[in-house]
Design a protein around this ligand. Structure first.
Ligand code: ATP
Length: 332
């Protein structure tokens, strides 16, 4: 179990409304990721689900039961934060077992649960160390282990990887995905990292200014964005937006992803001037400016030797083009 339902949920801080009516159902066993720009309300919504913030309006239901007024400890969920919040004077083993101990579990129950979590997270060799003797990645694994031990119905993650370096982020991300496959517990995960959202989520919830813009699987959002906001937010590098009228289409904007533009020195529909090039080894990003459309990004496989200030010609893959009306809504 571990189904979550939000019905017309709102949150005010003083006079400011930061969550403006959110309706969402997260199915039991699902991995749901909240994304959105800084300040859109992701963490606030997560903290409301956890019971760490009270709810101004609407209902939060866990497995069909309204939990608005239930204390965090009674919601049967576990939260993993960006900072690990481990007890410095306790060993890894005691940090992981503490919640069970406080709940009155027997010594053998605690050992069984911590051993199981330690095996899942490959923490066995570290069980007698103190947090200060661990790397950042190891500490975060302990924090995740501490959450697993409690066997919650719902896991809440608030940017758990953002304090880790790039390599550790990848390793820990893969571990979280594996953990979800093994535990099959419902997970809600807040991030502003594209790759984390795309790789971990069954469904992504895109938020903006306290509202949900679109909910869908990563590929639904990538291939079928409802508006320019979602189109621009999902996908990296960002989608290009061109002036539709200049392309002979109805007023509004045309979206095209950097991988769906062809570049050539010879011919093409849009002449543009190369202003910057990024060689990433496996791929090359060419940034080219057009007087009417602005800066356009082209993503090329492999290495290319375009140079700054040279004129190139871009061609849009028409079948991969998105049309948006002047309000930013997708034309269908
Ligand atoms: N305790 C508080 N008192 C007043 N305003 C708050 C409080 N906590 C958050 N806010 C405001 O609520 C809005 C949403 O904040 P929140 O932290 O949920 O955003 P976020 O999407 O998680 O952002 P980030 O990605 O930067 O963490 C912001 O405008 C923030 O300034």
């Amino acid at each position: 179990m571990g189904a979550l339902e939000l019905r017309g949920v709102t949150k005010n801080f003083g006079k400011t409304e930061v969550i403006k009516g959110v309706d969402l159902t997260v199915n039991a066993g699902e991995f749901c990721v909240f994304v959105g720009p800084s300040g859109c309300g992701k963490s606030t919504l997560l903290r409301m689900i956890a019971g760490l913030e009270d709810t101004t309006g609407g209902d939060i239901l866990l497995d069909g039961r309204r939990v608005n007024d239930l204390a965090p400890a009674r919601r049967e969920l576990a939260m993993v934060f960006q900072t690990y919040a481990l007890y410095p004077h306790l060993s890894v083993r005691d940090n992981m077992g503490l919640a069970l101990k406080q709940a009155g579990a027997s010594r053998s129950e605690i050992t069984a649960a911590t051993d199981r979590a330690a095996a899942m997270l490959e923490l066995e060799p570290l069980m007698d160390r103190r947090p200060a003797e661990l790397s950042g990645g190891q500490r975060q694994r302990v924090a995740i282990g501490r959450a697993i031990v409690r066997r919650p119905k719902l896991f809440l993650f608030d940017e758990p990887l953002s304090n880790l370096d790039a390599a550790l982020r990848v390793a820990t991300r893969i571990e979280i995905a594996r953990l979800h496959r093994e535990l099959k517990t419902t997970m809600i995960y807040v991030t502003h990292d594209q790759i984390e959202a795309m790789t971990l989520a069954h469904r992504i919830v895109v938020m903006r200014q306290g509202r949900i813009e679109q909910v869908g699987s990563p590929m639904e959002l990538y291939n079928n964005p409802a508006n320019t906001f979602v189109a621009g937010f999902i996908g990296s590098p960002q989608m290009n937006f061109l002036d539709a009228t200049a392309l002979g289409l109805a007023p509004g904007r045309v979206g095209i992803r950097p991988e769906h533009l062809t570049i050539s020195r010879g011919t093409g529909e849009i002449p543009a001037t190369v202003s910057h090039i990024e060689k990433l080894g496996g791929e090359t990003l060419v940034y080219a400016r057009h007087p009417q459309h602005g800066m356009l990004t082209v993503r090329l496989f492999g290495e290319h030797d375009y140079s700054v200030d040279e004129t190139v010609h871009l061609t849009l893959h028409r079948e991969r083009m998105f049309e948006f009306d002047p309000a930013g809504k997708r034309r269908t």
